[in-house]
Design a protein around this ligand. Structure first.
Ligand SMILES: [Zn+2]
Length: 424
């Protein structure tokens, strides 16, 4: 590769505005230098704006109708059984296989289990078994020596924020140590690492970011300061031929209400369960017209497609219009809950289109849409204080920008083609 190397740092869930603010306020001085000398753009996430879909689109350059990942969950064919798609379900090649330069790929969400590749791969969220998360396997003893963790233990936040923050920092430092080792120990042309603790931190402690008097405010800033030190090290180690990209997969904002879409569908007569005491998807009743999978993917209960499907194809259009009326009428304190409603055909295309939802909703500012069936409440608010946003991820491009064109308002699908163009 004559063009130099590719270095990619992912900051899961970090919105454009937060990176700008922390850079301007002196929390992230190295990132500020990169912004001043690079191209810094707001970027559109996938729809829905969840990491599994967005990172799958980032690494393949394809939409879910082509790569096949529509969410963290999916249904097994012709059933209501939930399954968790993984890297084996991804139907498009990640850019590192297309470029085929030696690559070090660490902690990219939805790349578990790892496969043989030209380089090193440690998979990210959701990774279950360490032995299936590391390629080559010979690296496992070294990772154990560094106390490398596949993810922060988010369940700790429900016990105590201090325990969660301590685990978050241990996870962060072990992963940085691992990256140092991999950077120095291997010849590589592509190095990609995704910080995912940022997403967990913002879910639990967005309020600590906004409120300077919050007792965890400085813990929040410290996490970003540590990440900024890594940016500084990369600036020292990269050369002028290298392309250095920093990006997020979706944005974040304050969460004011959780909205349970299946509870709404149930209340309005679109969804019923065979046994009300067991409100689970596998228990969907034959009066069901529509149901939702996380976060707000709407599926019509079509005859022939699902075991207790009732909807005739000719009636689909009318039911979708009825659902649109319902979702658009939803207001809390005079504010519309749903910002955008997309039909499947507006956002997905490709051979796997039929596997996708019939409709996807994006919530208005503050409203976190949920697909759980386990509550009867339509509106709730639990432990989380931050939620994902669709329209304000970011892309920051620094270094050798010959050969690449960056759209004014890029989308997650634009990244892989840009990387491939750089190496051609
Ligand atoms: Zn998240």
């Amino acid at each position: 590769m004559q063009s130099g190397r590719i270095i990619i740092v992912g900051l899961d869930g970090v919105p454009f505005g937060l990176l700008r603010e922390l850079s301007d306020k002196g929390v992230m001085p190295n990132t500020k230098r990169i912004i001043s000398n690079g191209i810094f753009r707001m970027m559109q996430s996938s729809i829905p704006e969840v990491s599994s879909v967005a990172w799958s689109s980032i690494i393949t350059g394809k939409n879910p109708g082509e790569h096949g990942i529509f969410g963290f969950t999916d249904l097994s064919s012709n059933s209501y059984r939930l399954r968790f798609p993984n890297f084996n379900d991804l139907q498009s090649e990640p850019f590192w296989n297309v470029i085929n330069g030696k690559s070090v790929i660490v902690n990219v969400p939805s790349t578990y289990p790892v496969k043989d590749m030209n380089g090193v791969h440690i998979s990210g969220f959701v990774s279950i078994d360490l032995s299936k998360s590391v390629f080559p396997k010979s690296l496992i003893p070294i990772l154990k020596e560094f106390d490398y963790r596949l993810d922060v233990d988010s369940t700790l936040a429900h016990q105590s924020m201090d325990l969660f923050l301590s685990d978050l920092e241990k996870t962060l430092h072990a992963s940085i140590q691992t990256c140092h080792y991999l950077w120095d120990s291997f010849e590589w042309q592509i190095f990609m690492y995704v910080f995912t603790g940022t997403d967990r931190l913002m879910h639990f402690l967005w309020d600590a970011y906004e409120d300077r008097d919050h007792r965890c405010h400085f813990d929040f800033l410290t996490h970003f300061q540590t990440i900024d030190e890594v940016m500084g090290e990369i600036l020292l180690r990269a050369n002028e031929k290298d392309l250095f990209i920093i990006l997020s997969d979706h944005g974040f904002e304050k969460l004011t209400h959780e909205i349970y879409i299946n509870s709404l569908l149930r209340k309005e007569g679109f969804l019923n369960f065979e046994n009300d005491k067991e409100p689970e998807l596998f228990n969907i009743g034959s009066k069901t017209k529509a149901f939702a999978l996380d976060p707000a993917r709407i599926y019509l209960n079509v005859k022939g497609k699902y075991p207790r499907g009732t909807i005739e194809l000719r009636d689909k259009g009318q039911i979708l219009r009825d659902l649109e009326d319902l979702f658009l009428s939803l207001e809390i304190n005079g504010r519309k809950v749903i910002k955008s409603i997309y039909r499947g055909e507006e956002i997905y295309s490709g051979p796997l289109f039929d596997k996708g939802p019939d409709m996807v909703l994006v919530g208005s500012s503050g409203f976190d849409l949920k697909g759980s069936t386990k509550t009867e409440k339509v509106i709730d608010k639990r432990i989380f204080s931050g939620k994902h946003t669709q329209d304000d991820a970011f892309l920051l491009v620094y270094g050798n920008r010959e050969k690449i064109n960056i759209p004014d308002y890029p989308m997650v699908c634009d990244i892989a083609p840009l990387l491939i163009a750089f190496t051609n």
